[in-house]
Design a binder for this molecule. Structure first.
Ligand code: TRP
Ligand code: SF4
Length: 329
């Protein structure tokens, strides 16, 4: 019996932050370590071009930085196939074939397409590639005959489209593709230091690579319970972003204690944040060491990716042989 296959990708945005870790990455790692799945994780660098086609200078560096963060937090190239989308040209071939059978209306009614096009006017997203974003994503997924796709809720419409496109292919030609299921990753309750969603574009992120002074300064500047003006005021940990971090990093008992001390005004926000920063830096230390290790060894990272690429290519080629036969082409 073939084990279930998992496929997911991330656009190369460079360094990853704690929102990425507690949203997507930890789920990827859990699936990898579960033992029941064959996991394929890749850098979606072509997808980065769909919106940032004007600025391509950083795509390659960002990809490497992102992969280093993946490796540092526990994605393991011995257990998962880690690769780069643009190195597997079969994705492009399948994309072109799927584009033949995908009705325009399916793409035009895609909510992400409409929203992003309106939001990012300055980028001019009225391109063919941007409209076809989900067709490429469908190719990424079904070329590995995935049965599960870990994604955030924002990506659900894309996985739904993938399912529709796969069904249409199977119906028109031959049953080649399993219909993949989305696996919802958690919506991280960690916010940025300004209390908004943690996002690179808001410049409010704490990065997995932030250390020492930089890290401490960010924690110090974090928003807390807005109603707690003075140290003697009781605080409300349940509305405090600092507390959400404590829950993840200070353990159950430790964070319960902090919660009580906050509610009874026995601890002030400054001390509370200092504790958090210390604790987090301790947990992050081995991750930072691995970041240094890989940064000093760019050849090793390239070799790891080359091996992942080779494994992915083998699967992708196998599927494409079936696809060409099914299409009689
Ligand atoms: N669209 C995804 C994102 O922006 C990235 C992505 C590309 C992806 N191809 C994929 C995710 C295939 C899952 C499966 O996050
Ligand atoms: Fe938040 Fe800690 Fe201040 Fe309480 S003491 S409001 S948990 S920062």
């Amino acid at each position: 019996m073939r084990s279930k296959r998992i496929v997911s990708g991330m656009r190369p945005t460079g360094r990853l932050h704690f929102g990425n870790l507690h949203g997507a990455l930890n789920k990827w790692i859990d699936l990898q370590n579960d033992g029941r799945y064959e996991c394929y994780y890749f850098v979606a660098d072509w997808h980065a071009l769909t919106s940032d086609y004007r600025e391509t200078d950083h795509v390659r560096d960002y990809a490497v930085e992102m992969v280093i963060d993946w490796l540092s937090v526990g994605l393991d190239p011995e257990k998962s196939t880690i690769f780069v989308q643009s190195d597997i040209k079969e994705h492009a071939e399948l994309h072109v074939l799927l584009s033949m059978i995908t009705p325009l209306a399916w793409l035009e009614r895609n909510p992400t397409y409409k929203e992003m096009k309106e939001e990012l006017i300055e980028k001019d997203l009225s391109t063919y590639g941007f409209l076809g974003y989900p067709v490429l994503q469908a190719a990424d997924i079904i070329i590995y005959k995935a049965s599960g796709v870990p994604v955030g809720v924002d990506q659900l419409p894309h996985v739904e489209l993938t399912r529709e496109i796969a069904r249409r292919f199977n119906f028109l030609y031959r049953e080649v593709f399993p219909i993949p299921e989305p696996i919802l990753t958690e919506v991280p309750k960690l916010l940025g230091i300004d209390g908004r969603k943690m996002s690179k574009s808001y410049q409010n992120s704490i990065y997995l690579g932030d250390r020492d002074k930089e890290f401490n300064a960010k924690v110090e500047s974090m928003f807390t319970d807005p109603q707690r003006m003075r140290k003697n005021d009781p605080g409300r940990p349940e509305v405090c972003n600092v507390y959400s971090f404590h829950e993840l990093y200070t353990g159950k008992e430790g964070s319960m204690e902090i919660g009580e001390d906050c509610r009874s005004a026995r601890i002030g926000c400054v001390a509370c944040k200092r504790k958090l920063a210390e604790r987090m830096l301790e947990v992050m230390r081995p991750i930072h060491e691995r970041q240094d290790f890989y940064r000093e060894r760019p050849t090793l990272v390239r070799e790891l990716l080359a091996r992942g690429n080779a494994r992915a290519a083998e699967e992708a080629r196998r599927t494409m042989t079936e696809v060409r036969e099914a299409l009689k082409i």
